[in-house]
Design a protein around this ligand. Structure first.
Ligand code: MRU
Length: 375
């Protein structure tokens, strides 16, 4: 087993004297190529998130944290260029900015962060991570701009490292609900490549497989973009975890034939009542699982839980380009003139969810509010 997850970091800050930049796996190329791209500006981070070079709620969150640091560095080079960000950090002697200039730095920074936050609307991890960076900015108002940048970079690296630890905890809690020799159905990609490493739903699979190598995964292909076919199979095959690719409409066939014992998926936003937005097609799987009495679990970090919204009715669902539906490998697969609606996510009602697997343990949807307190 190659343990792919332990070899990769989907997204990582690369430190340099000037501060550094973001390096990420280009997920639009998988499984054809495994390439990394360097992202050095706010605008290119916005595009990387929008075009799904980086995707998956936790990975998007880290991209957001990196984007904040990148934009602060861009502004630093405009307001107070520096040769070495890490030298003389404790003194403001190198910066002779008046109060108005400092005020404009922070105003521009805030505007850039809000722009970045609009790149994809559904995964709450993006606004959560940008919110974490906003707290750093708030606490750095009296520091030099160099120190603000250094703090934002260090905080982004902290969030990166924490993401891996959190996923391992989710995996270990989740492994306790996987029966021996289970067939596990998953949808989309909630793996190492949707996070910094290890994965959420696939973190559960990885931890379960480490204890019992007779489990098997059934991976939905996940139209329209095929994250299950392209990314989940890429990860699991490299880890030597037995995986069967199925098309999205097949799940009830496998459920009826008793090949699925449990469903584990990721999440993009979980409301206070446990309603869960995840990749389009997830709720269809949950409804079929309920019919066949198969437990349906959601694996997600607490940063995906949005206690500010009561139910899934308040979750904004991203609508994406028609071409994702009409085109396959650059070829149109349907009649010209047909109408297309392409919602990227759907909401699974809390009544269909057996449990939400977090780093703090497994909760019933209705327990979230009382059991989880967020800062
Ligand atoms: O549009 P995507 O590929 O970003 O959607 C990803 C999903 O829906 C994942 O299941 C979710 O983000 C959880 S990732 C750990």
């Amino acid at each position: 087993m190659s343990e792919f997850h332990s070899k990769i970091k989907t997204i990582e800050w690369h430190k340099t004297n000037q501060g550094g930049y973001s390096v990420m796996v280009d997920q639009t190329k998988i499984p054809y190529a495994y390439e990394k791209v360097e992202i050095k500006t706010l605008n290119s981070m916005y595009d990387a998130i929008k075009t799904m070079i980086v995707r998956g709620a936790p990975a998007i969150g880290i991209a957001g944290a990196h984007g904040c640091a990148l934009f602060a560095l861009e502004l630093l080079s405009k307001y107070a260029p520096t040769e070495d960000l890490w030298q003389n950090n404790k003194t403001s002697a190198n910066e002779n900015l008046d109060e108005n200039q400092k005020k404009s730095f922070f105003e521009e920074l805030e505007e850039g962060l809000n722009y970045l936050n609009s790149s994809r609307p559904t995964a709450v991890n993006l606004s959560w991570a940008i919110g974490e960076q906003k707290k750093v900015i708030e606490n750095s108002k009296t520091l030099t701009l160099k120190e603000v940048c250094a703090n934002l970079i260090n905080n982004a690296i902290r969030l990166e490292n924490e993401d891996i630890e959190i996923n391992k905890k989710i995996g270990d809690h989740g492994a306790t609900i996987i029966p021996k020799g289970a067939g596990i159905l998953t949808h989309c990609n909630a793996g190492a490549l949707a996070t910094v490493a290890y994965g959420t739903a696939l973190g559960v699979v990885r931890s379960a497989f480490a204890k019992d190598n007779t489990i098997q995964v059934y991976a939905d292909e996940t139209r329209p973009r095929g994250q299950g076919a392209k990314i989940t199979t890429f990860e699991l095959v490299q880890d030597g975890i037995p995986t069967t690719l199925i098309t999205d409409g097949m799940c009830s066939y496998f459920m009826r034939n008793k090949m699925i014992d449990v469903v584990v998926v990721g999440a993009d936003r979980i409301a206070a009542n446990g309603d869960t937005a995840n990749k389009i097609g997830t709720s269809t799987v949950a409804i079929a699982a309920k019919y066949y009495n198969i437990p349906f679990y959601v694996a997600a970090p607490k940063s995906t839980i949005d206690l500010t919204i009561e139910s899934g009715n308040d979750i904004i669902i991203e609508l994406r380009d028609e071409e994702e539906v009409t085109m396959v490998n650059g070829k149109r697969i349907c009649a010209e003139g047909v109408k297309i609606i392409n919602p990227s996510f759907d909401v699974t009602d809390n009544a269909l969810i057996a449990g939400i697997i977090t780093e703090d343990g497994i909760f019933k949807p209705q327990e979230l509010k009382s059991k989880l307190h967020k800062d």
